[in-house]
Ligand binder design. Structure first.
Ligand code: URA
Length: 216
């Protein structure tokens, strides 16, 4: 594993909320609240790669230039359905200029390979260097869905440094799979767990994130 491109965001508040998410006795509302609190921190971390400009601002006291996010760029949040959706409310609060391009994949239970059912990505990217992509999925298990999602953007020639995967729990096997295919894509996560079991679940993980978040 190339640790330089795995950013683990550790903080006491994240630890506390990870415990809440993982606990099998936490109900769906509790899981959603804890998850959202973590997504907010991870999104702020991920956004550190956005380009800045100096902008003139008139305060009630004085006109001065201040740093802000460059305006003519395209920020895309791509949640992998279903569980990746938990990032979207926080993401559009924090980055209101972003667009949300959903990616629908489910995992074939036998092969553990992703099966497509929805793709909102087929957009033009005439100036690919102006695109900043955040692919969200709380559980990086085998990494197969994230690889497919990264490929959609890589095919549009978007620079690898502008594509980030934002997860909450990651398995070392999944990280290695992604790094084998896309060695320059950074993974941002709150935890790296022990591994995956024969059913493709992260151990110890939190079980099925979609079921736990959406109460199914
Ligand atoms: N998806 C989940 O929801 N949980 C896992 O442990 C792995 C993939």
């Amino acid at each position: 594993m190339n640790k330089d491109l795995v950013r683990i965001i550790e903080n006491p508040v994240i630890f506390q909320n990870l415990c809440t998410m993982r606990d099998k006795n936490t109900d769906s509302q509790g899981v959603r609240l804890a998850t959202r609190k973590i997504t907010r921190v991870l999104l702020y971390e991920a956004a550190k790669n956005l380009p800045l400009i100096e902008k003139e601002i008139e305060t009630p006291i004085k006109t001065t230039t201040f740093k802000t996010i460059k305006e003519d760029i395209n920020i895309i949040i791509s949640p992998i359905l279903r569980a990746g959706l938990i990032f979207t409310d926080e993401a559009i609060d924090i980055l209101p200029q972003a667009c949300i391009r959903h990616i629908g994949m489910y995992r074939d239970e036998k092969t553990l390979k992703p099966v497509w059912y929805y793709n909102k990505v087929p957009m033009e990217a005439p100036n690919p260097e102006n695109f900043y992509i955040y692919i969200t999925d709380p559980m990086l298990a085998t990494g197969n869905s994230l690889i497919e999602a990264i490929r959609l953007y890589a095919d549009k020639k978007i620079p690898m440094a502008n594509i980030k995967c934002i997860c909450i729990m990651a398995a070392p096997e999944g990280i290695e799979n992604i790094q084998r295919e896309f060695p320059e894509v950074e993974i941002i996560t709150a935890a790296v767990d022990e591994g995956i079991n024969e059913k493709g679940y992260i151990v110890p993980g939190m079980g099925d994130a979609g079921d736990r978040i959406f109460n199914t």
